[in-house]
Design a protein around this ligand. Structure first.
Ligand code: UD1
Ligand code: MG
Length: 460
């Protein structure tokens, strides 16, 4: 059997409990803490995305405060929810998962829902270490510069003894820099240990961290895996934590882009989502915000304050001062300055969308131009079409949206209203200022405007 196959079998034998029921008092927010977003993705989703590649048997999410928002956001992902009615502490939260996992024989990974940067490999090592050591619990720890707020790892003769929370720690214990990450792997002794957790702390909560000493005292083995990178296991408790984490992610992303051949003129003045893919020799000027779901090709230029989300941009395209959402943009396309490219826009090679123009749910074929002040919605535009300044597709009758079809080589004069549904045949020319309400056959000149009259000017 291959090593991967072996690991695959090995890894199947665990489940995950994610703690996501807390309000997160320190966030000072009505939104549950785990729904706050890091780089556009809720904290709890980061955790789910980190464990999912290991294919756990079950992922149980403990919800409580704001459960509806959490459940709605995670609907569609392969998780089970259990409800913690009152937030009586992390041990109480884990206990809620018992109904789902009590007959389960594999190991159980417990993860706080506020640890977004945890890596898949680290969790995999934690599970392996718990099994290899024959431990009942293995705690993931790290050494931090400032341990304030974390549970401290208390070792005796080098071995894990217990975890003491900040509020219960003595002055000496508070000096300890090795802290609990809030990520643990338990065997099924977890459930027995939970029954013994007491309310004997300052916060008057049931602490999952108390299970360590409980298991040790019942002759079970408790071990530690210590990770080097403290940011990987940093818990988010406040907006300060969140913004620091965002900065760290940004720094990592920008560095990796620079190293992969992308130019960023001012690294402090752009935002690039963790999941963006950007090709070599692309230049990003100050002010651009690249949100989630963006792929940008090679040798593109992003100039000025662009906002781009959920879009694909082909090689050698230039986007300046524009808002691009849900678009599929081909090679050598020029957008902006000040264009609005909305969902469903498909712009093929060499298309130009100029200033104050908007496109929506429209296909614009190669070499066509919408250079100034236009609205193109629910339209199909062929190759080599020129849309004159101020032209709009009148796609909405107040109830329904209608299609406009403009075939190749059409020239639409400035300030034209195209009242959909309508089709303009190939090679036709629409006179400036027309209001087109009927189909135009191919290769015609359509003039649909009041004739100019000349009258005597009466001077007063
Ligand atoms: C916890 C640990 C601490 C560790 C730190 C790591 C305990 C007692 N302390 O502290 O040792 O260093 O994480 O970041 O576990 N939650 C519930 N129900 C509750 C309470 C909390 O689901 O009743 C959830 C929260 O939504 C959160 C997670 O559990 O996702 C951790 O809670 P939090 O209040 O952030 O614990 P910390 O004070 O950070
Ligand atoms: Mg926390």
């Amino acid at each position: 059997m291959s090593l991967q196959g072996f690991l695959g079998l090995y890894m199947q034998n665990f489940s995950v409990i994610i703690l996501a029921a807390g309000l997160g008092t320190r966030m000072k927010s009505s939104l549950p803490k785990v729904m706050h977003e890091l780089s556009g993705k809720p904290l709890v989703r980061w955790v789910i995305d980190a464990v999912s590649p290991l294919k756990p048997d079950k992922i149980v999410v403990v919800v409580g405060y704001g459960r509806k928002v959490v459940e709605e956001n995670l609907s569609g992902s392969n998780v089970k929810f259990v409800y913690q009615g009152k937030q009586l502490g992390t041990a109480h939260a884990v206990a809620q998962a018992k109904e789902v996992l009590k007959d389960y024989n594999g190991d159980i990974v417990v993860i706080n829902g506020d640890v977004p940067l945890i890596k898949t490999d680290t969790i995999s090592n934690l599970i392996k270490s718990n099994k290899d050591n024959g431990s009942s619990v293995t705690v993931l720890s790290t050494e931090v510069k400032d341990p304030f707020g974390y549970g401290r790892i208390i070792r005796k003769n080098g071995f894990l003894e217990k975890i003491i929370e900040e509020k219960d720690a003595s002055l000496v214990e508070k000096q300890i820099k090795e802290v609990n990450s809030g990520i643990y792997c338990f065997d099924k002794n977890l459930w027995k240990a939970l029954l013994k957790v007491k309310l004997n702390n300052v916060k008057k909560e049931y602490y999952i961290t108390d299970t360590i000493a409980i298991l040790k005292n019942s002759n079970s083995k408790a071990s530690i895996v210590c990770v080097k990178n403290e940011f990987e296991v940093k818990g988010i408790n406040s907006r300060v934590d969140l913004s620091q984490m965002e900065t760290i992610l940004q720094e990592q992303k920008i560095k990796s882009l620079l190293n992969s051949g992308v130019s960023i003129i001012n690294t402090k003045n752009v935002y690039v989502s963790y999941d963006a893919s950007i090709g070599t020799d692309t230049i990003i000027y100050p002010g651009t915000f690249i949100d989630t779901g963006v792929t940008i090709g090679k040798s593109c230029v992003l100039k000025g304050s662009n906002y781009i989300i959920d879009s694909k941009i082909g090689d050698e395209s230039i986007i300046s001062y524009s808002y691009v959402n849900g678009a599929n943009i081909g090679k050598k396309v020029k957008i902006g300055p000040f264009a609005h490219i909305r969902p469903g826009s498909i712009l093929k090679e060499n298309v130009k969308i100029g200033n104050f123009s908007e496109t929506k749910k429209s296909l614009i074929e190669k070499n066509s131009k919408v250079s100034h002040l236009s609205y193109i919605g629910d339209a199909q535009i062929g190759t080599n079409v020129n849309i004159g300044a101020g032209t709009i597709t009148c796609n909405y009758d107040g109830k329904h949206k209608h299609q406009t079809i403009i075939e190749k080589n059409v020239f639409v004069g400035s300030n034209t209203n195209i009242v959909a549904p309508v089709k303009i045949g190939k090679g036709s020319l629409i006179a400036a200022g027309s209001t087109i309400t009927h189909d135009v056959p191919k290769e015609k000149l359509a003039i649909a405007r009041a004739r100019q009259e000349l009258k005597h000017r009466i001077k007063k």
